[in-house]
Ligand binder design. Structure first.
Ligand code: NAD
Length: 342
């Protein structure tokens, strides 16, 4: 089967590609990424020499380009990881979130319909459900929980999800959607909590925490998210939504303290800053459906996963420094130049 994987140079997409390109030698994977500030070619550079993989630089909002790509490549499966993904950016500049996350999704689905793709999978988020109160640990998001968004980011993702549902019902596009909780693991851009904490702590810089740090997230290792996506894409039912959670609820403060402890750093580095506007209190996911229907099982518990993740960043300080210096923006060009010169 031939797969289109959009956003494959980002955090979750690059981890997905490492997982599947090595696992499914008879499938072929085309990674499409616009290499925005969040896309890092270094995340996938080592896949270049694989026979069942290639990289294409391009934008999912470019209708002509996408149509031509689908016409030439004849994809069987499309997985859309590409998105503007940082809530803080969406508060400052919502427009690009609507363009990439909603219009980009529509353009990919139009091409999927026109060229008879067998499965269109939308990678979504638990943030479409809004938040839960801190004092009701009994409440969890299920696939039936109504959409109730807080940020421009989550609203754009929820809009895309509604469109995916509409394309399935109205045009019969074979779709699936996964809604996942907060991911952690290698290759996460240092704008999100865990890599921010590690990169700041490495330099003994203050670590900003919103509000009082009591906001709760459910954390899942990125490999477990991708195992779930792979199960849905191959065995999921058309038109269905599947929640994916880590069964690991932790407050932001707990997460930061755990990382500092592992790094042997002082909690004095923590600095509480004014809260994010509209900050969601608590996310918690019920993954029963994917566990029962598709046999999903997590391979990580949080403490073990965080330990490995911190070790990965500490062993890959070049990867972080390359981003902090801005050099990573030239990685794709450098790879092409080296091909031309060799
Ligand atoms: N990070 C999380 O914890 C989390 C949790 C649940 C769901 N998700 C969803 O998973 C997906 C991937 O998230 P991530 O954390 O890897 O994001 P990311 O920001 O690390 O990566 C996004 C990738 O998309 C690419 N991209 C952006 N706009 C594009 C465009 N117009 N055309 C082509 N490529 C474009 C970027 O270059 C980047 O490589 C997103 O859809 C996000 O909403 C993320």
């Amino acid at each position: 089967m031939k797969f289109l994987v959009t956003g494959g140079a980002g955090f979750i997409g690059s981890n997905y590609l490492h997982y599947v390109v090595n696992k499914y030698k008879d499938d072929y994977f085309v990674c499409l990424d616009a290499l925005t500030y969040a896309g890092n070619y270094n995340n996938i550079k080592d896949l270049e020499d694989k026979k069942n993989y290639k990289f294409v630089k391009g934008d999912i909002t470019d209708r002509k380009f996408i149509d031509q790509l689908f016409k030439t490549e004849k994809f069987d499966i499309v997985i859309n990881f590409a998105a503007e993904s940082h809530v803080d950016n969406s508060i400052k500049n919502p427009g690009i979130f609507l363009t990439t996350n909603i219009i980009g999704t529509q353009i990919l689905m139009d091409a999927s319909l026109k060229y008879n793709v067998n499965r269109y999978h939308q990678v979504s988020t638990d943030e479409v459900y809004g938040d839960l109160p801190l004092d009701r640990p009994d409440l969890l998001f299920t696939e039936e929980t109504p959409i109730h968004t807080s940020s421009p980011y989550s609203s754009s993702k929820a809009s895309a999800d509604l469109l995916v549902g509409a394309y399935h019902r109205t045009y019969g596009l074979p779709t699936t959607i996964s809604r996942c909780s907060n991911n952690y693991g290698p290759y996460q851009f240092p704008e999100k909590l865990i890599p921010v904490v590690i990169s700041k702590a490495l330099k003994n810089e203050k670590i900003p925490i919103y509000g009082t740090g009591e906001n709760i997230r459910d954390w899942i290792h990125v490999l477990d998210h991708n195992i779930g996506v792979d199960l849905i894409v191959r065995n999921g039912k058309d038109g269905e939504i599947y929640n994916l959670g880590g069964h690991s609820e932790r407050s932001n403060l707990e997460v930061v303290k755990l990382i500092l402890k592992q790094m042997g750093k002082s909690e004095n580095l923590i600095e509480f800053v004014s809260d994010r506007k509209g900050h969601d209190l608590r996310y918690a996911i019920d993954s029963t459906k994917i566990e029962q229907e598709l046999g999903f099982k997590r391979t990580y518990n949080f403490e073990q996963g965080i330990k490995e993740t911190v070790d990965w960043y500490l062993n890959n300080t070049d990867w972080i420094n390359n981003i902090l210096s801005g050099e990573y923006r030239f990685a794709y060009q450098a790879q092409n130049d080296s091909k031309i010169n060799s």
